[in-house]
Design a protein around this ligand. Structure first.
Ligand SMILES: [Zn+2]
Length: 97
């Protein structure tokens, strides 16, 4: 599944609910999920939970992008396909990333 396919899947499942809730409230959910991922990374004792938290953060990031009309795959490729956005190398050689 590509990034675009994933974003479209999340739109099918949640867009109506998330758009209705609005950007600010949806961002609160996203932030909460980032906190849960942080906790899972720190504990590092439950691989399944860690993987689910990564999936949740990506899902909430995707829905925020959809609310703002941003195509995640397009913008990510535009910024990073050429390597580091600053020095254009891969791996980065400028120390900014
Ligand atoms: Zn660089």
């Amino acid at each position: 599944m590509s990034i675009r396919e994933f974003q479209q899947l999340i739109e099918r499942i949640y867009f109506e609910k998330d758009a209705g809730r609005g950007l600010a409230a949806t961002h609160m959910w996203f932030s909460e999920e980032v906190g849960e991922l942080t906790r899972a990374l720190r504990r590092d004792d439950d691989r399944q939970n860690l993987e689910e938290e990564f999936a949740d953060v990506l899902a909430w990031l995707s829905t925020l992008a959809s609310i703002k009309g941003v195509d995640l795959e397009e913008v990510a490729a535009r910024k990073y396909a050429g390597g580091c956005p600053y020095c254009h190398a891969a791996p980065c050689g400028c120390g900014t990333g």
